[in-house]
Design a protein around this ligand. Structure first.
Ligand SMILES: Nc1ncnc2c1ncn2[C@@H]1O[C@H](COP(=O)(O)OP(=O)(O)OP(=O)(O)O)[C@@H](O)[C@H]1O
Length: 972
């Protein structure tokens, strides 16, 4: 089939025809034998006319003349003229500048040989006469799996493509020739034996550093819209297996590329072979650019975006990005995405535009300009960037941009893109510090790794097209064509030359026209070698409905193929892994969000910590304050309670004092009826019948000569005076002057003893009742005081406070005091009881005596007078009474009785006198100079000894009981 293809009819700038070492036939891929071998185009100094004239639709105003102005590919060498006709030799450029993978070990070595990395290709050297050959597999490339970094999955495919076996070709191992359509024959492959390259004679590793392996050029053939999928339609032949497209028509030739995708190759295959590795490299820190170039309607958008059932490069790249993040736990990533379009040479932010806009609709958007930064290169600003965290989110953002992109129906495409669309995904990544966040590691003194920033640009160019029918389409087409032409021009002029300022220049030292269009300006970084590049050119062949159409298409297709060839040959990528930017100084400084966020996170964390600390301190202070307040409240409460208790105590004391005073008053009152201040009883006073008044009266009645006992009542005296002898005692016939006991309190107000006793009785009973009540009150108060004391003690214990010992002592002392007082009062009461009993008994005795006396008096009424007289006589002249006035027996009896009574009184007086004398001698009482006696001060209230009055009383009582008191109590 291929043998039938016509050979190019014109010479080509093919490889040198001589001096090339022969290659083993079996290990080289043959060119399409039937294709005409293009004329040799070996050196730039001898450019050949190989390029077809530009199509009418794309006048190349700035394109150098094919023969002279076009920069000759540095790496393309025709193989025509080789000793072995039909073989093409591909120049292999060593990319020694990139880190070499470890040989024989390491990850790459351990991987199964990839057909993408195992191909051999030898490229002719620049020197036509001495082409160099080299195994391509020894040429590490970032996009062939042999370069630095992680190798991606092996991609192997064998499938039918247009009737041919389509084997994935080593993307970097072959070069296309753009300058010379025939130069495709200059590419030659070493065949693989079991996937292992065999040796290639005369090949040697080139020491020349070349970045062409970092540029992948693929051509995709769109299926015929009319259903004609025959690959050999017309003059065209597509051999995907050989990555060959051959044109047998005018200016035809064989075109080899890194990949040729046939009409039945789907999007995933396209992605796998043209972009997958590049995407991986971007994730590793390289900049990468993928763009689709081609005539309108040939499938650029279809390839880049795809459909729901067949996702294109962009969605598949997104999937791979997130897969890579998942597979790389050692690093952390931040993704941000922007989406712009260049429409009519103006940049629009597709993420800031309202959706459902149509072309020509006025857009109120800030003008976006292209700026240049030494670190970022050329970039659009201001441009919205959205941070994305999931594939779905990223796809949604891009879908939103797609909606905003301008499309229109054209002659060749119902939905033609009218702008160049650029999706940029910025990947920030940083080594993860094990087990800790960056902020923590900073604290631990472990500096976090720098942030690496790389950019993946996915560009869907607008399609070149012929003049459209409408003015608007024509205007759009004009801009599109112009920018594409500029792109082609720049690529065509690319060389390794630098101008005097060190900037990239063409071979003549002239600067490259990047600024001629926004597209080239934006792609400047990628085209000038900072980025890995993958170019997907789309073509459509075989849709020849008419000769004119067929010719037009063929011209356009050839144009695209030439563009692809030039790109492959001219773009030199020295893409390097982005340096890790430490701090915020890398890639646009603060633009590095990962670092910015890290710093922000660290700052927020520190703020949080300080706030937490402040909060803790505040909390502690508040707690302390609360404790202090509680303490103060407790103290206040305790103080209040104490005050209440003190008040209570005070009240109790006051009440007790009042009671004591009252009692004292009562006692004084009682004293007035016989109780002195010491609580002892004035014996005589208590028994008025036996008072000196009575005695004196009786004495006076019985015998005027007897000493008169005077009584001086002193109601106010608290001291008990027993009595004194009056100085005015009269002599009474030899009788000893009676002891006059003078009791100041003895008599009371009553002269009548009966009335006095009844009154005393009542008073004492009232006093008793009063005292009982008082005792009850006192007991009640005591009980309360005890309760208060115990509650205070318990409160003190529960609150953990010290018991107020001193206060309790005072209370207990008070209680004791009161107990003693009560006991004393009880004792007094007992005494009073006894006194009452004694008084009652005395009263009874007196009543009895009175009754007896009255009877006697009645019986001896007459003699009483005589007795009176007789007594007078006896007193004056003791002798026998006159017999004539009284009967002798009765008178004698009366006289005897009187004598007995006198004797009894005398005895009593004597007895009392003796008692007093006895007490005076024992020191219990003191006799005054007036003869009265009183209790010795030191003896007063001595415990355990009954008061002197009581003693006297008891003796008095005894004497009273013994004597016949009724005889001495009749006289007032
Ligand atoms: N490989 C393919 N397989 C199936 N259909 C395809 C293929 N390539 C393109 N198409 C179809 O061709 C039509 C045009 O494709 P697409 O819009 O992608 O072209 P384009 O190059 O982007 O055109 P333009 O430059 O005008 O935007 C679409 O309907 C698309 O579905």
């Amino acid at each position: 089939m291929s043998a039938s293809l016509p050979r190019p009819s014109r010479p080509s700038n093919g490889p040198p025809t001589a001096a090339l070492p022969a290659l083993p036939v079996s290990k080289t891929r043959k060119s399409i034998g039937g294709l005409p071998t293009p004329a040799s185009r070996s050196t730039p100094s001898t450019p050949k006319t190989g390029l077809r004239a530009p199509s009418t639709a794309f006048p190349p105003p700035s394109l150098p003349a094919p023969t002279g102005a076009l920069p000759q590919p540095r790496a393309v060498s025709g193989v025509s003229g080789l000793g072995t006709p039909g073989k093409t030799i591909r120049k292999v450029v060593s990319i020694a500048s990139f880190p070499q993978p470890p040989r024989g070990e390491g990850r790459i070595a351990s991987l199964p040989p990839s057909p993408l990395s195992a191909g051999l290709a030898a490229r002719k050297s620049k020197t036509p006469t001495t082409p160099t050959y080299q195994f391509s597999n020894s040429t590490p490339s970032l996009l062939n799996g042999t370069g630095e970094g992680k190798s991606v999955a092996r991609l192997v495919g064998t499938r039918n493509s247009d009737g041919l076996i389509s084997v994935s070709s080593p993307p970097q191992s072959r070069s296309s020739s753009a300058q010379d359509s025939y130069s495709t024959s200059a590419t030659q492959y070493e065949d693989l034996i079991d996937g292992v390259p065999t040796k290639t004679e005369n090949s040697k590793r080139s020491s020349k550093v070349d970045g062409k392996g970092n540029v992948i050029v693929s051509v995709r053939v769109r299926p015929d819209a009319g259903g004609g999928d025959r690959p050999d339609t017309g003059d065209w032949m597509v051999d995907a297996r050989k990555s060959l497209i051959a044109y047998n028509g005018k200016e035809g030739g064989n075109y080899y590329y890194d990949n040729v995708f046939a009409t039945n190759d789907d999007n995933s295959r396209v992605y796998d072979h043209s972009a997958k590795r590049l995407v991986r490299r971007v994730m590793e820190g390289y900049h990468g650019t993928v763009f689709a170039y081609g005539m309108t309607g040939t499938g650029k958008t279809f390839s880049m975006q795809g459909t729901a059932s067949s996702p294109g490069v962009i969605p598949l790249a997104i999937t791979d990005i997130f897969s890579y993040i998942r597979e790389t736990p050692s690093r952390e990533f931040l993704l941000r995405v922007s989406y712009l379009e260049i429409y009519n040479e103006k940049i629009h932010d597709l993420l800031s535009m309202p959706t459902a806009t149509g072309p020509g609709m006025p857009q109120a958007q800030e003008e976006i300009k292209l700026r240049e930064d030494s670190k970022r290169g050329v970039y659009a600003s201001p441009l919205k960037e959205e941070i994305v965290q999931s594939p779905t989110q990223l796809l949604r953002v891009i879908a939103r941009g797609d909606q905003a992109r301008r499309t229109a129906s054209t002659q060749f495409n119902a939905r033609s893109s009218r702008s160049h669309a650029v999706v940029q995904i910025v990947v920030e990544s940083r080594e993860r510090v094990p087990g800790n966040a960056a902020g923590d590691s900073k604290r631990q003194g472990l500096p976090p790794g720098g942030v690496r920033v790389s950019t993946l640009s996915l560009i869907d160019l607008a399609g070149s097209e012929k003049a459209a029918e409408t003015k608007e389409r024509r205007q759009e087409g004009s801009h599109i064509n112009k920018s594409l032409l500029t792109l082609g021009t720049v690529i065509a002029k690319l060389s390794e030359h630098k101008d005097k300022d060190g900037k990239p220049a063409d071979k003549d030292g002239k600067h490259l026209p990047y600024r001629d269009s926004k597209l080239t300006r934006l792609l400047q970084g990628a085209l000038s070698g900072d980025s890995l590049v993958s170019i997907l050119c789309t073509i459509q062949i075989g849709s020849a409905n008419s000769v004119a159409t067929a010719n037009s298409h063929a011209a356009e297709t050839l144009n695209t193929l030439k563009f692809a060839s030039r790109a492959k040959n001219n773009i030199v990528s020295h893409a390097k892994r982005a340096e890790e930017a430490l701090g915020a100084g890398g890639d646009g400084g603060a633009r590095v969000l990962l670092e910015r966020y890290r710093m922000e996170i660290a700052e927020l964390k520190s703020q949080l910590e300080s706030k937490a600390k402040n909060g803790e301190t505040k909390e502690v202070e508040e707690e302390k304050e609360r404790d202090a307040e509680e303490e103060r409240a407790r103290e206040k409460e305790a103080e209040q309670r104490h005050e209440e208790q003190m008040l209570e105590m005070q009240l109790a004391r006051t009440a007790l004092k009042e009671r004591i005073d009252h009692l004292n008053r009562l006692i004084l009152s009682s004293k007035s009826t016989g109780v002195n201040a010491n609580g002892s009883y004035s014996s005589l006073g208590m028994h008025p019948r036996y008072s000196q008044g009575s005695i004196r009266s009786s004495m006076a009645a019985s015998n005027a000569g007897r000493p008169i006992v005077e009584r001086t009542a002193s109601m106010t005296s608290t001291s008990s005076t027993i009595g004194r002898k009056t100085s005015s005692h009269r002599s009474s016939g030899g009788l000893e002057p009676p002891v006059v006991i003078e009791d100041e309190d003895s008599m009371g107000e009553y002269g009548d003893g009966t009335a006095s006793l009844a009154s005393q009785n009542r008073a004492l009973q009232a006093d008793l009742a009063d005292k009982n009540r008082y005792i009850q009150t006192l007991e009640k108060r005591l009980l309360q005081a005890r309760r208060a004391s115990s509650s205070r003690t318990s409160v003190g214990l529960t609150s953990g406070k010290a018991i107020m010992v001193g206060e309790d002592h005072s209370v207990s002392a008070l209680i004791k005091e009161k107990d003693v007082e009560i006991a004393e009062l009880r004792a007094r009461l007992d005494d009073k009881d006894k006194m009452l009993a004694a008084l009652r008994s005395a009263a009874r005795s007196r009543d009895n005596a009175d009754r007896v006396d009255s009877r006697s008096e009645h019986r001896v009424a007459e003699p009483r007078v005589s007795e009176h007289r007789g007594s007078q006589i006896l007193d004056s002249n003791p002798g026998p009474p006159p017999a004539a006035s009284l009967p002798s027996t009765s008178l004698a009896r009366q006289v005897s009785h009187l004598r007995k009574r006198t004797k009894s009184v005398d005895e009593m007086s004597r007895m009392l006198d003796e008692m007093i004398q006895d007490r005076v001698e024992t020191g219990h009482i003191v006799r005054s100079t007036r003869g009265s006696v009183r209790v010795a001060p030191e003896r007063r209230g001595s415990p355990g000894e009954p008061p002197i009055q009581l003693q006297l009383l008891s003796k008095q009582r005894t004497s009273v009981v013994v004597e016949q008191p009724d005889h001495v109590s009749l006289e007032a």
